[in-house]
Design a protein around this ligand. Structure first.
Ligand SMILES: [Zn+2]
Length: 122
């Protein structure tokens, strides 16, 4: 199995609903995002996927989240904007933009020591 990883980041604010603690209050993060693409086979030129293409897709997904108040983004009006749900959102948006992409995992770091991942069920 081959795997490639693309990294990016965005900055945004959120407020967790139903959480008793300081994350209930409005605060911000510089989120780091990692996208993992896997395939047991390489394409004709020896790649899992084109880094440049995946970066471009990720950039277009993160544009909606960067410098936003996540609770105001349509998806997060109902779904709590936790790192877990942000990872799932990014995973689904990427997959919707490119059905042929063999997405394996999206990891969202909310600090240098804490991350959450959404992993493909395939
Ligand atoms: Zn937070």
């Amino acid at each position: 199995m081959f795997e490639i990883r693309i990294e990016s980041s965005f900055s945004s604010a959120h407020r967790l609903r139903g959480y008793k603690g300081k994350c209930e209050a409005l605060h911000g993060h510089n989120w780091k995002v990692e996208v993992f693409v896997q395939n047991p086979e390489l394409d004709k030129i020896g790649m899992v996927a084109d880094f440049h293409e995946v970066k471009k897709l990720l950039k277009s997904v993160l544009k909606k989240l960067d410098h936003a108040f996540l609770n105001d983004v349509a998806y997060f009006k109902k779904v709590n904007p936790t790192s877990e749900n942000i990872a799932k959102y990014i995973f689904n948006e990427l997959q919707a933009k490119s059905k042929k992409l063999d997405l394996a995992k999206v990891t969202v770091w909310e600090s240098d020591t804490s991350y959450a991942s959404y992993i493909s069920e395939k």
